[in-house]
Design a protein around this ligand. Structure first.
Ligand code: HEM
Length: 749
């Protein structure tokens, strides 16, 4: 099992989370293998495989190996080596996945694994660590008109023997075809139905028909028979026949073909310059923490650990994973975890499929006292059969640091302007830096891969909030790809630096939320042997966004408490019971417990939920429905004032001061998920409308929109798409539409 965290974590996710919950959608245009997402006769899986060959094929060997699979293809789209739209289409798709941890060359190589596996071929072992070129390389891709002798010289340059040359061409040409527009001397214009002549009778299956049909003499491969012969562009014949067909004859056995292809295609994607060291092949974790994030809760006396534990279920057989127990160590490696204890049990949510693996997910939402903190955790997976398995990260336990973390609710991104707030522990009085990795379009249609930029700015020290201090930095004009920015916050330098890194700007809201800070008198250090006691329960509100009558500040006179009828976009339902007998909470979503609770802070905690409520002065619960076991009682039973605002009521013991959204509450329809296919359509992604409508063939607004309804309304069209019809959706310069609630649809030819 890999040790977590690892530099390959991002690529591991893209490689294995293929379909289902939290799928990375890298297979969007190559699954199924028959997908022609960029037009009839354009098999994207074949395009990806060919792209890897063309990137690699220009490698040189003089004083040592140079070039190879180095992503130089992105600078070579106008080269005579790379005729046709396929390379542009391929790179344009992959560009979305390009980050500091998933370079262009590594993505092109991963594309080989995806394309081959999607077409039913073998697993091509995939290692990462390629280094991207910064400019075009020389030309040198084999061209159909070359002689057999030239082909051998070219493949020798690439490091392939004659046998390997024959094998890798056969493995490459088992999918896809030759296109009329690009190679009319091989496939004359107008001679095929969709502009493409396939290289064997199964264009979208990674099988050995390319070999068996050739050996049997009934091949229709246009690079073996037909006009290419006279035009001396029958390159497959020249290659296959170069050793008297001995290598081809050995590939007639289907299993031999698969094994050979796994070997030679791995060799192809591992042609890298001297000095580049590849990792071991990327393997899926048995158990993997994903997106682990600490956040200071309002009041700063507790923090929340959120994220997921992904469990690989491939080998579980009939048994299944039911829950995951997380056991954590406090900041000093001990077991001082406050009243909630050092453990948290998560239950299963969602399943994911890889090509050869399955996974399930366990969401983590754990409250940790700020005074004791966290330094590591271990995991136990409990099975339905009663068995359990412990995981300790290969004896290291899973490391966590609470020295510095991005404070997500207080950070925001709007129209290219980013503000990042980091919480830094007061006992670390070191410089704090924000490091950004952000993408900017090149602005050349032949350069679809954006430029990846880096910048570091020092963060400014702000308010002290208990054991932590907020540091802030702003960054402007990130441009059209602002949402793709990755954020690191770092304190200290070198080996001893602490960092919270690779945080996605796409996860930030448009507005930075105010933070309900504790009184300045509670500012202290984690290593202080005699910390100040919590004497005041009245918080100082930093940059308040919600001011309602009676909001107390540290100086305001205390008013008589009263129930708030409305707050923001919520109205008071009343006072509801917790059904203690059933043990089911009235609101089963997120929960928060902290001193300094106010109705406003609970409302902020529960952003996105339909219901929220406060209880016992310092508890906050969120949910999208109220459990049937909870009943409405008279308002005077909710008689405990909020610990953070003595003019507001925050429920009582087992009594919830309950609020509901003023907006509509849709009937729940199950887990929200991306659907990769809506037969006969295939999802190609999320597209932006601007500046003109993307699809113009017709539109069918409907308040009961579903993907299936839109697909049937658009029957006969090549594309369909759903989106909301709210005018505010189309704000110039904002991130691409991520339509989840669709009330309209469009289609086009
Ligand atoms: C002597 C060496 C080679 C020559 C001369 C050659 C030539 C060609 C030509 C002319 C096409 C038609 C492209 C189009 O019309 O879009 C093609 C397609 C293709 N080639 Fe090669 N090729 C060679 C080796 C390879 C290798 C080693 C691989 C990968 C392992 C490969 C993978 C492919 C694929 C997958 C296609 C189909 C592309 C599609 O359907 O869009 N080729 N090749």
């Amino acid at each position: 099992d890999p040790t977590w965290p690892s530099q390959v974590d991002e690529l591991e996710e893209i490689m294995y989370q293929v379909q289902g919950y939290r799928s990375r959608q890298f297979g969007g245009t190559v699954i199924p293998c028959s997908s022609e997402a960029s037009g009839p006769g354009r098999h994207n899986a074949a395009e990806w495989l060919r792209a890897a060959f063309h990137d690699m094929a220009t490698t040189t060997i003089f004083d040592g190996r140079a070039g190879g699979l180095d992503g130089s293809l992105q600078y070579e789209l106008t080269s005579s080596d790379n005729i046709g739209p396929a390379f542009n289409t391929t790179l344009k798709f992959m560009a979305d996945y390009y980050t500091s941890r998933s370079g262009v060359a590594d993505l092109i190589a991963l594309g080989v694994y995806y394309a081959v596996r999607s077409c039913g071929g073998p697993v091509v072992p995939y290692a990462s660590g390629r280094v991207d070129a910064t400019q075009a390389g020389p030309i040198g891709v084999p061209l159909p008109q070359n002689s057999a002798f030239t082909f051998q010289q070219q493949f020798t340059r690439m490091g392939f023997s004659q046998t390997e040359m024959i094998q890798v061409v056969a493995c490459g040409h088992t999918i896809g075809g030759v296109h009329e527009t690009e190679f009319p001397e091989i496939v004359p214009v107008g001679t095929t139905a969709d502009g493409e002549a396939t290289m064997d009778s199964t264009v979208d299956v990674f099988d050995n028909k390319i070999v068996t049909e050739y050996i049997a003499g009934n091949t229709t491969n246009p690079m073996v028979v037909g006009p290419s012969v006279k035009a001396t562009r029958n390159s497959d014949f020249k290659v296959f026949n170069s050793d008297g067909n001995a290598t081809m004859a050995a590939l007639v056995d289907p299993q031999a073909f698969k094994d050979v292809c796994a070997t030679v295609l791995r060799k192809m994607i591992e042609v890298v310059p001297d000095g580049v060291v590849l990792t071991d092949p990327v393997q899926p974790y048995a158990v993997k923490p994903v997106d682990m994030q600490l956040t200071l809760n309002p009041g700063a006396s507790t923090m929340q650990l959120s994220g997921f534990i992904r469990v690989r279920t491939t080998d579980f057989g009939a048994d299944s994973a039911e829950s995951v127990l997380l056991t954590y160590k406090d900041r000093s490696g001990g077991d001082d975890c406050g009243s909630l204890g050092c453990t948290y049990t998560a239950s299963v949510l969602g399943a994911t499929q890889g090509f050869d693996d399955t996974f399930v997910w366990f969401p983590i939402d754990l409250q940790i006292p700020t005074s004791s903190g966290i330094s590591s955790f271990t995991l136990t997976v409990n099975m339905a059969s009663g068995a359990s398995e412990a995981y300790d990260n290969n004896g290291n336990s899973y490391p966590m640091q609470d020295a510095i973390f991005m404070q997500q609710p207080q950070s925001c991104l709007l129209e290219g302007n980013l503000k990042v707030v980091a919480a830094v522990r007061n006992d670390l009085d070191l410089p704090v830096n924000l490091h950004l990795s952000y993408k900017t379009p090149v602005g050349d249609p032949n350069r679809p891969v954006p430029t990846l930029n880096d910048d570091t700015v020092e963060m400014t020290k702000g308010d002290c909030v208990g054991l932590y201090t907020f540091y802030t930095a702003s960054y402007e004009d990130l441009g059209a790809l602002d949402y793709a920015t990755k954020i690191d916050v770092i304190t200290g330098s070198g080996e001893t630096a602490s960092r919270d890194d690779f945080k996605a700007a796409s996860g930030l809201g448009a507005n930075c939320a105010a933070f309900n800070a504790p009184p300045a008198s509670l500012c202290s250090r984690a290593d202080d042997p005699d910390p100040p006691a919590e004497t005041s329960s009245v918080p100082v509100t930093m940059t308040p966004t919600v001011t309602s009558p009676g909001t107390a500040t540290s100086t305001a006179a205390v008013e008589t408490p009263y129930h708030r009828e409305t707050l923001g976009n919520y109205t008071l339902v009343g006072c509801n019971t917790e059904a203690t007998a059933t043990g089911v909470r009235a609101l089963g979503g997120a929960s928060y417990v902290y001193d300094g609770m106010t109705l406003e802070s609970c409302m902020t905690n529960c952003t996105g939920f339909y219901y929220w409520g406060t209880e016992y002065g310092r508890e906050c619960y969120c949910g999208n429905k109220v459990d049937a076991s909870s009943t409405n009682v008279t308002l005077d039973e909710c008689n405990i004032v909020c610990s953070g605002d003595e003019t507001e009521y925050c429920g009582a013991g087992d009594r919830l001061e309950l609020y509901v959204t003023t907006g509509p509450i849709p009937t729940p329809t199950g887990t929200l998920a991306i659907k990769p296919t809506v037969t006969p359509y295939l999802r190609i992604g999320c597209y932006e409308e601007l500046p003109t409508r993307a699809l113009t063939g017709g539109d069918f607004p409907n308040d009961a929109m579903t993907l299936e309804l839109c697909a049937s309304s658009c029957a006969g069209f090549t594309y369909f798409g759903t989106e909301t019809l709210t005018a505010t959706w189309f704000v110039p310069g904002t991130r691409p539409n991520t339509a989840v609630a669709a009330t309209g649809s469009r289609c086009t030819d």
